[in-house]
Write a protein that binds this ligand. Structure first.
Ligand SMILES: Cc1cc2nc3c(=O)[nH]c(=O)nc-3n(C[C@H](O)[C@H](O)[C@H](O)COP(=O)(O)O)c2cc1C
Length: 307
């Protein structure tokens, strides 16, 4: 079973990915957060720079895009192929209102006819491998059967299913019964994604859906960056590793952003998840959220107890 790091916009940047791979040994592939070609089909330089191989050393990277026009996709695919990639992942899951309003991400799931036409157009034109990362519907998972019929028409490189619908956002539980429908009916290789926080969570999914090609972990890996190692039978997360991780991220972000405030912002975003390992340490958690200096932040991380 392959283990994949899910894309988390704003968090799993090239700096995060390379530092994670260096300290925790990485995983089989990292999916980069989505890149959106703008309406005039220009791709942001920042988005492209983040996925370039020279900024992702030691990382097996998959590029993701958020589009709903075949032409935009095809232009983007050319650029990505030129940068050295042979595969693109399409985001059919993002629940954010601004994305959905434009009919992208999970918003595309509300228009199955358009989605089918888009897939038909890109598969007949494109010579790059295509994988999809999808939710199981827009309003309700009753929509999933029809979506699966569409996905089964195309030779996908991988179908990654996060079994929630758009209106769930990230609330409630990922619905393994709905995933089971994909497991029994997908003609394409399948990857499970959703709510894996421990090795035990992983084992349940991997045993039940043992023919899956992979399992993707997002928030659980930000909370416990050693989760992939633990799943493979390695050592559990140690506090000292968290300190080293914070130091390295802080140094690299500061070099790039040249601002203590912006660097702190990045670290705090990550530490919201990391602090879930310390439910008792409310005082440290609060102090971290209020820290205004990097050395303050680092002293607080060092003051955390052993795990
Ligand atoms: C802050 C945040 C940012 C995310 N950004 C992306 C993204 O760029 N592309 C994507 O496909 N999914 C994105 N997701 C969804 C995750 O990749 C993943 O599908 C979801 O969190 C469920 O998996 P998990 O329970 O293992 O976290 C994001 C989720 C969060 C919480």
């Amino acid at each position: 079973m392959n283990l994949y790091f899910a894309p988390l916009e704003g968090i799993t940047t090239s700096i995060y990915r390379t530092t994670h791979a260096e300290i925790f040994g990485g995983c089989d592939a990292y999916y980069a957060p989505f890149i959106t070609p703008s309406d005039n089909e220009k791709v942001s330089k920042k988005g492209l720079k983040d996925v370039l191989p020279e900024n992702n050393e030691g990382v097996n990277l998959k590029v993701q895009t958020l589009v709903n026009h075949a032409e935009s996709f095809l232009k983007f695919a050319k650029k990505i192929k030129f940068a050295g990639f042979d595969e693109i992942n399409i985001n059919l899951g993002c629940p954010s209102a601004t994305v959905v309003k434009k009919g992208r991400g999970s918003g595309f799931l509300a228009n199955p006819y358009e989605l089918d036409k888009f897939l038909n157009d890109i598969f007949s034109e494109c010579d790059i491998k295509i994988s999809l990362k999808t939710r199981t519907g827009y309003d309700s998972s009753n929509e999933f059967e029809q979506l699966m019929q569409i996905y089964n028409k195309y030779p996908l490189e991988l179908l990654i299913v996060h079994p929630r619908v758009r209106v769930d956002f990230y609330k409630g539980k990922a619905n393994t019964e709905v995933f089971n429908y994909a497991y029994e009916n997908s003609k394409n290789k399948l990857c499970y994604n959703g709510d894996i926080y421990t090795k035990e969570d992983y084992d349940l999914i991997a045993n039940r859906f043992s023919d899956c090609e992979g399992v993707m972990i997002g928030r659980g890996a930000i909370k416990n960056p050693a989760i992939f190692r633990e799943i493979r039978g390695g050592e559990p997360l140690k506090k000292d590793e968290l300190v080293t991780f914070a130091e390295s991220l802080s140094k690299k972000y500061f070099e790039k952003l040249k601002s203590e405030t912006f660097t702190l912002h990045k670290l705090k975003e990550i530490w919201v998840y990391v602090m879930q390992n310390y439910p008792e340490e409310k005082k440290i958690q609060k102090a971290i959220s209020k820290a205004t200096k990097l050395n303050q932040f680092m002293s607080l991380v060092e003051s955390l107890p052993e795990l």
